[in-house]
Design a binder for this molecule. Structure first.
Ligand code: MN
Ligand code: MN
Length: 261
């Protein structure tokens, strides 16, 4: 199956710092940089699997932007490609999941993040990067939601998660992931702040005590089915050091592409 790499340079729904809009172009520049091998860890050459690169200019109005993201994912799926999306902030995941639902119905999701992103609204914004999974649950986009890496959970989010059957696991609970829930159709959403800032310093909301790159790769390798789509979000190039986090994103793209192809 062919993979479409979509870049969504959008960070106007970030609550603290701008910067993730710069990420898709940076990630693209490091992905096939001569300094790194273009293969997955299993040895698969991933360039032939990526048949489409789409980095659309997005409208500045937030509602129009969500519709543009929805349409881009929709047309990717209609062409028979699996979308691998690069944020942008995590608000892009809600319109992505709406388009995924159109094609597949409710999906099971592995969500790597320091934050559950389950606020009903954040600073008055129901489409904030702190809210995408609340919106997606309300819209019936999700069957099972398994979150790993959490270490910044407010009581209201804990309550919403418990009411809705969300599996909320801290970064110390890697061995408790219920892989049996992560069956087809499976979607993967990786907020880079789920990793420890030692591995991924280039994020707007660094939370020490997170996952290692190796742990995330190991989790991905244990997924029981091939994902039908994925996103990698919240790289903030303005906070990054020596492209460290951009290179983590590049590695994750290679592994996800190999798994999805
Ligand atoms: Mn986060
Ligand atoms: Mn997030």
């Amino acid at each position: 199956m062919s993979i479409a790499l979509l870049g969504f340079p959008w960070d106007a729904n970030s609550s603290y710092a701008r910067g993730p809009a710069l990420a898709p172009a940076i990630i693209r520049s490091v992905l096939f940089c001569e300094a790194a091998n273009p293969n997955s860890l299993s040895g698969m050459e991933i360039r032939p699997a990526i048949t489409e690169y789409t980095f659309p200019e997005l409208p500045s109005d937030a509602a129009e932007c969500r519709e543009a993201i929805y349409s881009a994912i929709n047309s990717t799926i209609e062409k028979g490609n699996k979308p691998l999306s690069l944020g942008g902030d995590h608000s892009v995941t809600y319109p992505i999941l709406r388009a995924i639902r159109e094609a597949y119905g409710p999906v099971n999701i592995l969500h790597v993040d320091a934050h559950p992103d389950l606020y009903d609204e954040f600073e008055g914004d129901r489409y904030s990067h702190a809210c995408p999974f609340a919106r997606a649950i309300e819209d019936g986009c999700i069957d099972n939601l398994v979150q790993i890496g959490l270490r910044s959970v407010m009581p209201a989010q804990r309550a919403f998660g418990e009411e809705n059957g969300v599996v909320m696991l801290g970064a110390d609970a890697v061995d408790q992931i219920p892989y049996d829930l992560l069956k087809a159709p499976l979607y993967v959403s990786i907020d880079l702040d789920g990793l420890d800032p030692a591995f991924a310093p280039g994020v707007s909301h660094p939370e020490p005590g997170g996952l290692s790159t190796r742990e995330v790769l190991s989790i991905l390798s244990k997924l029981p089915v091939s994902p039908i789509g994925a996103d990698i979000v919240e790289l903030n190039p303005e906070k990054d050091i020596q492209l460290a986090t951009a290179n983590v994103a590049g590695r994750l793209i290679k592994e996800l592409t190999a798994m999805m192809a």
